[in-house]
Design a protein around this ligand. Structure first.
Ligand SMILES: Nc1nc2c(c(=O)[nH]1)N[C@H]1C(S)=C(S)[C@@H](COP(=O)(O)O)O[C@H]1N2
Ligand SMILES: [Mo]
Length: 565
């Protein structure tokens, strides 16, 4: 071992080492995914480390990520984490050709990071260390194996090579160096390009036939390790979904509501390209900090109501289902929704009134904040008086006639009309703690968001958005002023007078409403603006405000290019 690893390393050897490093890291992570099938997807090192990053990156970075990647911010984070890890593993591998101590030290460091990340995630148990430990074992085994395979002449440096070094950079091996290798007996096999690659990897230090065989073997084994890791990782993920609660969810039958939602009036969805009054579950926006969707089995689910209460209570799934259910349409909005944005949807929720549960526990004086906690540790804080003021705040189990989709909080979440999701709509809820705003800051508050988040009155133009054909056009959109109600919507074309749009019916003040306005479009560029007035007579503010700290404001404005037919 020592003779192979303590030799002075060449640039070529470092490159081989880098390949070994990346392949070894892949082996470790693949193995970790398999182990995480048993310990739970949130214990997998990439998800655990990613989770720590999500919880600790400066708010501005996270807001920027959401702005750039939108609902794909999680995928971007995972891809970024894997790329960073690959780069680091390549570095460790490049050093490991000098001394195995680098491999052991580097891998151990990653292991410590993985274990530390996993063990500090909310809801953890000791077994969550196992995937990261398995990753260390897998990476070290693969690394030891691969490093030993690096051809000795390469490891010994260019001086030992039979052909003098010409160009060093990857991919710059001159054809006359590559050719003899590719033309060597036995090279006329599928994958002749890999020969060139092998030569390129060796830099100028391409030696005789014996070495080219060694390189081929090394690349083949490294390739097999990466492929095996990919298969293990994919199998792990697949098994995790097989074991996910999706199958349990499919067996859940929702109880009939004792107090059903009102029937939908006629005249909804009056225009194409306009958001439907009821948002389908698969179209409903999803926002949360969960890199791996929490899998909560209703049979083991419990909700503990505690803190500043007269009587602490614990409710099981069976207890919850036995209660009379209320069904309501409620429009949920995200505080990160830009003016004109899509982070809003309207659904029919089935659940138990939160005020009934709070009444049973008996909030003590001073308990002005209700802190909801998710199984993954996320928290939100809702004003107690809002939950008790008679509005239909629900501990919901159903969404549009189905059990909650897993990513929307299965089995139980909260929904509160009139409040942004970050202060009210806790998914995968497992705890309700009566507290106070003075005593506790929920998840987003120390990250720069307001402790209180009533939804601001807004209106949005859905169509036309960019182009239109001259002639009769229907301008249409949605407007909302949850729990207050929209009284009117007006549209101004090219800065002209405000014209009242037709408001289409909505079932209650807790949902958005659709509006339409016929327009005769003339060729050229036109600017459309919209504003709503709520039921108290307050006109939506024209002042532009960003989403942070408590929701965007301003009049949605679109520029439309009208073409001649
Ligand atoms: N457990 C948990 N619940 C959560 C969040 C979260 O990050 N974790 N995000 C909240 C935010 S910011 C919003 S806007 C709503 C979004 O709910 P949806 O994904 O069902 O649309 O969920 C809320 N509930
Ligand atoms: Mo949100």
């Amino acid at each position: 071992m020592t003779t192979e690893t303590s030799a002075p390393a060449s640039a070529g050897a470092a490159r081989w080492g880098a390949v070994a490093g990346v392949a070894s890291a892949a082996a470790g992570l693949g193995l970790a995914e398999l182990v995480a099938v048993l310990t739970g997807p949130r214990s997998a090192p990439v998800v655990a480390v990613g989770g720590v990053v999500v919880d600790h990156v400066p708010a501005a970075v996270k807001d920027a990520a959401i702005a750039v990647f939108g609902v794909h911010d999680k995928t971007a984070l995972i891809v970024g984490t894997v790329l960073l890890l690959a780069a680091a593993a390549a570095g460790v591998g490049a050093l490991a050709v000098r001394s195995l101590a680098y491999a052991v030290g580097g891998t151990a460091l990653f292991g410590v990071i993985g274990v530390a990340a996993a063990l500090t995630r909310p809801g953890v148990n000791a077994a969550w260390a196992l995937p990261s430990l398995a990753a260390v074992a897998g990476a070290l085994t693969a690394g030891w194996f691969l490093l030993r395979m690096i051809p000795a002449t390469v490891a010994a440096g260019p001086g030992a090579a039979a052909v003098p070094r010409t160009r060093a950079a990857v991919g710059e091996a001159p054809p006359d160096v590559v050719k003899p290798v590719a033309a060597a007996p036995g090279a006329a096999v599928p994958g002749a390009e890999k020969q060139g690659e092998a030569a390129a990897f060796g830099g100028g230090a391409v030696a005789g036939r014996g070495d080219s065989v060694g390189r081929r073997r090394f690349l083949k084994v490294a390739g097999l390790v990466v492929a095996g890791a990919a298969v293990a990782g994919a199998a792990g993920r697949w098994l995790s979904t097989r074991l996910s609660v999706a199958e349990i969810r499919a067996t859940v039958t929702l109880p009939q509501p004792a107090d059903p939602a009102p029937a939908l009036p006629g005249g909804l969805d009056p225009a194409p390209d306009l958001a439907t009054y009821v948002t389908k579950n698969e179209n409903f926006y999803r926002i949360d900090t969960a890199l791996s969707v929490p899998q909560v089995d209703p049979e083991s689910w419990q909700l503990r109501i505690h803190g500043r209460v007269q009587r602490e209570i614990t409710i099981t799934w069976a207890d919850l289902l036995a209660r009379p259910m209320v069904e309501r349409y409620v429009t949920l909005a995200c505080v990160s929704n830009e003016v004109g944005g899509e982070l809003i949807g309207n659904a029919r929720w089935l659940g138990v009134p939160v005020r009934d549960l709070l009444a049973e526990a008996g909030p003590l004086p001073g308990a002005d904040q209700v802190v909801s906690r998710s199984v993954d540790g996320w928290t939100c804080g809702t004003p107690t008086d809002v939950l008790l003021d008679g509005r239909d705040a629900l501990l919901a189990i159903g969404m549009n006639g189905e059990p909650l989709p897993v990513e929307h909080g299965f089995p139980v979440r909260m929904v509160v009309p009139g409040l942004y999701g970050y202060v009210s709509a806790c998914k995968w809820i497992t705890e309700i703690e009566l507290s106070s705003f003075a005593d506790f800051d929920a998840y987003w508050v120390p990250r720069g968001w307001s402790a209180r988040g009533p939804i601001k009155t807004q209106s949005r133009i859905d169509t036309p958005r960019r182009t239109a054909t001259a002639g009769p056009v229907v301008i249409a959109g949605v407007a909302w002023a949850q729990h207050v109600g929209v009284a009117s919507v007006e549209v101004s074309v090219d800065g002209g007078p405000w014209v009242a749009a037709t408001l289409h019916p909505s079932v209650s003040a807790d949902t958005w409403c659709q509006w339409t306005l016929p327009w005769t479009a003339t060729p050229g560029e036109h600017t459309l603006r919209v504003r709503a007035t709520d039921a108290t007579g307050a006109v939506q503010t024209e002042d532009d405000a960003p989403v942070a700290p408590d929701g965007a404001t301003g009049w949605h404005t679109v520029k439309v290019e009208v073409r001649t037919p």
